[in-house]
Design a protein around this ligand. Structure first.
Ligand code: SF4
Length: 62
């Protein structure tokens, strides 16, 4: 599965990072960086949890 960020929506809240710190982080400028885009198994579940907590629905796992 693949993690996709809608850059136009993302507001740098960082809740996704708290949910899935192994997969993503905010850089010094508050921009979300995906450390991994292809995820499977437990990592895919983590990515889906991150997508659920995003308050502006900027993350998708497809
Ligand atoms: S929680 Fe949503 S808005 Fe916040 S950094 Fe993550 S993707 Fe962007």
């Amino acid at each position: 599965m693949r993690v996709v960020v809608d850059r136009a929506r993302c507001e740098g809240h960082g809740l996704c990072e708290e949910a899935a710190a192994q997969l993503m982080h905010l850089d010094d400028e508050g921009e979300l960086v995906l450390d991994r885009e292809e995820v499977e198994g437990a990592d895919a579940a983590l990515a889906q949890a991150a997508a659920r907590v995003c308050p502006v629905a900027a993350l998708r796992v497809e």
